[in-house]
Design a protein around this ligand. Sequence first.
Ligand code: PGA
Length: 245
Amino acid sequence: MRKPIMAGNWKMFKTEAEAVDFAKKIKPLVADVHDRIIIICPPYPVLSKMCDELCNSNIALGAENLFWEDEGAFTGEVSGPMLKAVGCTYVIIGHSERRQYFGETDETVNKRIKAALKHNLYPIVCVGEKLEERENGSTFNVVETQIKGAFKDISVEQWDNIVIAYEPVWAIGTGKTATPEQAQEVHAFIRKLLPEEVAEGTRILYGGSVKPANVKELMAQPDIDGGLVGGASLKVDSFVELVKY
Ligand code: PGA
């Protein structure tokens, strides 16, 4: 059985005071949830304070990115050891906004995954097609290329707690969710692309306008193992509803 994951991707939202307020409010509301994994991925500047609030709770902390070197002259970057030191367990890698605005490629995604694994951070690796790619019928090609590129030279022995998030770009922040059938089709396809030894145990999350109104039908799909949630993870009420879907 794959324990479901509900992960909040806060993107570039919340100051320290806002983040701490959120953490204090949500902790007691989900304290009784043990049959699923809850993750919050806030911006870097609030990670340390969020760990003070959450690291002894059933809510895990994740970062939104990491650089592949451990240290060095890389202005503006943050490394695996730094994320470990502030209490991160997970790290999002290759989000479509990183690919679209910051030049992330399958090759850099692969380097970041290797860096995360080296430092025992569990990667949440994002893939997904753009609207024109869905419309011209290349969804499966695009996703296959992204998966093969991301996991190049990563062996089954290293495949510890890798999480994949299928996020159709046209569904992110748009209010348009993929139908459960559309999502399931791609999730099943992704699972077939994974090494046989790890395919059944790997969690594949869906992301793209997940909200309380659609979470149940998405989670009812056999290959959807959780959600990577942007907008609806920013409010305590809606994130609690998602966690307790
Ligand atoms: P959204 O974002 O839930 O706001 O669509 C999801 C994501 O980008 O991870």
